[in-house]
Each structure stands twice: as C-alpha cells, then as structure tokens.
Design a protein around this ligand. Structure first.
Ligand SMILES: [Zn+2]
Length: 119
C-alpha cells in the first residue's frame, strides 16, 4: 500500500480544524463537538479523501479536476474553506500554511462571477 497515511491524516486534521471554526461561528456550537450537519459533512469528506485516486499527489480538493464531491457537498465544503481558510492562520499556522502553499501550486483559473446577471 503506497498511500501515505500521514498526508491523509493531515488533510483530515485540516478539514476538522476548519469545520470547527466554521461551525462555531455559524451554528453556535460550544464544545468540541460539531453540529450534526457539519459532522455529516466531515464524514463525507473523509470518505472522499480515502478514496482519492491521487493518493500522495493529491492537491487541494477545491481545485481538483475530478470533483468527486456531490455538488451539494462541494458547495458546503467550499463555504467552510473560504470562511475558515484565512482564520486558520491564527489558530493553526502550520496547517494553514501548508494548505495555502498547496493552493498556490495548484493555481487554476478562478471562476469569476460576473455580477451583471440580475438586478
Ligand atoms: Zn455546524
């Protein structure tokens, strides 16, 4: 088995840390537990992570070309990352940095939303 467990673990840890920040500020949790919604999201993400065909070469899920997430889950995880990403810097500098660096490496065209659609 060539799958790097360390890498997986770090991904999971990063995700959990992000979810906690997000959940605390959006869903008002107090302790260490995530709310049921966020817990479900985490389980889903964990599953995807374990099945990721890239294994060690894996980049950030947000920029992966496979999009193995269901659209709904993808939206939710993207929200969490967008919100918690910057906030990770103060709480988990190391995790956040490695995440940011990966984002840079996997630079891709950012989907620009034209704000000219509806009024
Ligand atoms: Zn929550």
């Amino acid at each position: 088995m060539a799958l790097k467990r360390d890498k997986l673990k770090r991904e999971q840890k990063t995700l959990l840390a992000m979810l906690k920040i997000y959940c605390r500020n959006h869903h008002g949790i107090t302790g260490k537990q995530l709310c049921p919604d966020c817990r479900q999201l985490r389980e889903y993400a964990d599953q995807r992570l374990q099945k990721c065909p890239f294994g060690e070469e894996k980049g950030p899920c947000s920029q992966c070309e496979i999009h193995c997430y269901k659209p709904e889950m993808r939206e939710r995880i993207r929200d969490v990352m967008r919100y918690s990403g910057p906030r990770m810097l103060s709480r988990h500098p190391v995790l956040a940095l490695s995440h940011l660096i990966k984002e840079r490496k996997h630079k891709s065209k950012s989907s620009r939303k034209a704000s000219a659609s509806s009024k």
